[in-house]
Design a protein around this ligand. Structure first.
Ligand code: ADP
Ligand code: MG
Length: 251
């Protein structure tokens, strides 16, 4: 069993404190959803954990199996088992998905270890079958002219091939249509297993109709203000965030 602990994390962008005392423990096999109004620091949290250079950690720690990852470069964090699904994935014209994934898998091997091409394609096709992705898909250039749904499919396939210990998915993109939401949900559900922990950031209650999380957390003003199970998401859907803001103002 693996464990990711975010401990009293504080993150600033420039001089501005965005994430303020954020605490969360994520175990293998669990799916946690983080919800919250816009501008509350959800994407900042995800990027800081991934090691984005624009974000300064001013306090707290992030521990993967007891070891701090804060001094690691983003690629080391990835090798240690973290996967971050970007809200706005990059296009790489001229590089096919098959070659991109191969390079990504190769990069995860230890020095001097060679990737076995036959084994690689066997694994790729197994994952594609699991995710119901057409074989033709991998001969296309990465995200080049992709629809929102195709970008998500590419990202989910990448995640399946890298087999991370923990995946952080930031799905707040207002451009996510129903098609893309469903692709994310089907992919996540297909990959859900006891070896993978998922942190799903979403602005949409609707995504949680497809992915039933074990825990739901509400983030407000840079930290978690309430935690519960999926009924908390339903409550938010019915009442919005205003009641929570009022309640917190009076607390
Ligand atoms: P959420 O994902 O919850 O909507 P964000 O983490 O994107 O929230 O943003 C939190 C706050 O940080 C907002 O006030 C936003 O304007 C600010 N912010 C986010 N990214 C940057 C940036 N690159 N530079 C300056 N301010 C930023
Ligand atoms: Mg966001």
């Amino acid at each position: 069993m693996n464990q990711l602990i975010i401990k009293d994390l504080n993150v600033s962008i420039g001089e501005k404190a965005i994430v303020k005392g954020f605490n969360l423990t994520l175990n293998s096999g669990e799916v946690h959803a983080i919800m919250g109004p816009n501008g509350t620091g959800k994407s900042t949290l995800a990027k800081a954990v991934a090691g984005h250079p624009d974000y300064t950690i001013t306090g707290g720690d992030v521990l993967l199996d007891g070891r701090s990852i804060l001094a690691m470069q983003p690629d080391e964090r990835a090798r240690a088992g973290l996967f971050l699904a970007f809200q706005y994935p990059s296009e790489i014209p001229g590089v096919t998905i098959a070659n991109f994934l191969r390079a990504a898998v190769q990069a995860r091997l230890t020095e001097g270890e060679e990737l076995n091409a036959t084994a690689y394609y066997k694994r790729l096709y197994t994952k594609m079958d699991l995710l119901k992705i057409d074989r033709k898909f991998t001969s296309r250039a990465v995200n080049d002219g992709f629809s929102g749904g195709e970008k998500k499919r590419c990202e989910i396939l990448q995640m399946a091939m890298l087999e991370p210990k923990f995946a952080l998915m930031d799905e707040t993109d207002s451009g996510l249509d129903i098609d893309a939401l469903r692709i994310v949900a089907e992919g996540v559900n297909a990959m859900r297993n006891s070896a993978l922990g998922i942190l799903m950031i979403t602005h949409y209650q609707r995504l949680l109709d497809y992915i039933v999380p074990d825990f739901v957390h509400v983030m407000y003003d840079g930290h978690i203000v309430r935690s519960g199970d999926k009924s908390l998401a339903l409550e938010l859907e019915a009442k919005g965030y205003d009641w929570l803001k009022k309640e917190l103002a009076h607390a």
